[in-house]
Write a protein that binds this ligand. Sequence first.
Ligand SMILES: Cc1cc2nc3c(=O)[nH]c(=O)nc-3n(C[C@H](O)[C@H](O)[C@H](O)COP(=O)(O)OP(=O)(O)OC[C@H]3O[C@@H](n4cnc5c(N)ncnc54)[C@H](O)[C@@H]3O)c2cc1C
Length: 541
Amino acid sequence: MKSVEEADYVIVGGGSAGGVLAGRLSQDPACRVALIEAGGSDRTRLCTVPGMVSIIHTTPKVKKRFDWGFYTAPQPHGAGRRIPYVRGRVVGGSSAINGMVYVRGHRQNYDDWEAEGCTGWGAADATRCYKQLEDWEGGEDAYRGAGGPIAVTRSRDLVPATQALVEAIAETCGVPVVDDYNGADQEGVGACQMNARGGRRYSSSEAFVQPALARPNFHLISGAAAARVVIEGGRAVGVELIDGDRRRIVRAAREVILCAGVIGSAHLLMLSGVGPAAHLRDHGIAAIADLPVGQNLHDHLFVPMTFLAPTARHRGTALHFLGGMVKEAMHKGDTWFSRTVFDALGFVRSSQAERGVPDIQLHCLPWSYPSPNQDRPVRPVVDKRPALTVMPTLIYPKSRGEVTLTSADPTAAPHIDPHFLEEEADRRLLIEGMKLVREIMASPRLGDIVQGELHPGPAFTSDAELAAELPNRIHTVYHPVGTCRMGVDDRAVVDPQLRVRGVDGLRVADASIMPRVIGGNTNAPSMMIGERCAELIAAAH
Ligand SMILES: Cc1cc2nc3c(=O)[nH]c(=O)nc-3n(C[C@H](O)[C@H](O)[C@H](O)COP(=O)(O)OP(=O)(O)OC[C@H]3O[C@@H](n4cnc5c(N)ncnc54)[C@H](O)[C@@H]3O)c2cc1C
């Protein structure tokens, strides 16, 4: 940890958004930037080599080093389960331990934010930021960027079973096979894009924090958790952090920016006196700004459906993993070990879809996936038979949950209750998605490939049986957003400049500011939020 007492910008959280923001701000040698990160270094092959991340997620002792270890409250619509709520605690944040799937979302998502008053966040502004971030293997065009710090490539050499699955999805759903779902139109099915290249993960650490370390104006303070924002006379003037067994303050000459993620940023604001006044009072914290911090929590859910397919891949054996490592050593960056586990993605419309925007995402894997109702013993059981897995995914959930304090002690985990599937429309959509997947798998295109459904299996056939089994099967995609909502109304926590309402010198920039989750995976949008925040700060100063 570097010892620094003051910086112009003090950023809390070196994750997807915070890493990008810190990297961008420190490109100006006149700006002193301090980045406070609770976790340690990501300079280990566990984080930097794509295939190795599975060790983190399946080995409890290793996981402890990189994950906050949160659990949700028992979920009434999730069979009463307390669902593990993985969040990266490491330089690079969740981008250092995630699945690397690269999706921007539908362009309409951003235009909707703008239409609700979030000026400067429409599709045109978002596209500019994405273009600045990307080094897309397909080269630059009106939508895509080349030459940026984040390498984006496509899954290659799909197994024949996945190729047939892609065609089956296109035919059954009446959508095109698309070359680039991040381009002009999202709707369709095609090879998954990922932030990896040459056997290396392009997290925000790889692309932004590591290059910044050589700059004399940049200070990374890792292994130190922020305890609160210091607010004096209505202005954020620094951050108090827990440095071993003592507390110290890093002062901010210009601004404090919270990038601690959807749980961390809401938690820190409340510990600092920014949140629902009555709730803060219950914990002995005086309210400086009475705002609905922690509300509007929402997340994507999927249901893994696995089908026996002898020409797909085996999974889950030590031999399979070791084989991957050996092949990767011989053919660097060119094996399944150097990629995301997802082969293809589909974006299709359900009967509830509004304004022609796809509302079901299909995550496709060439192997089986751990069944989520086995996550209580922590080490998931993977079906080792060769299989295709398709996960119908609810991308526009209507249910809303919350993050609240359990204590004024900053080391106590907050209470996380996503209220999964509380809204009936969410349950209906997932059941429709499951039935759609069955229709796809029964398509003649897959006749020689698919030999029956392994999970959930034929025991769950009617709508009533699927509805009864759904609570056991739902799985978070780890895409929570919304707890420090951006907007222009009285219930907004930050304004469209990402400034916390009622406190000067304080912004939030991470997944927590999304008013509504975008239709796709949330890592690229979180990095875009970091990029956009850097633009807003540059314009303000
Ligand atoms: C297992 C997993 C798989 C995923 N797979 C994908 C995927 O394939 N594709 C995709 O697009 N998205 C994926 N996601 C989601 C995506 O990674 C997140 O949406 C995104 O990283 C959120 O970015 P963020 O900046 O908001 O938060 P984070 O990246 O989580 O960063 C927050 C940072 O703040 C730090 N922090 C928190 N509190 C404090 C504190 N008090 N003091 C100091 N530091 C603090 C944390 O340690 C962390 O480093 C996945 C997430 C997980 C967990």
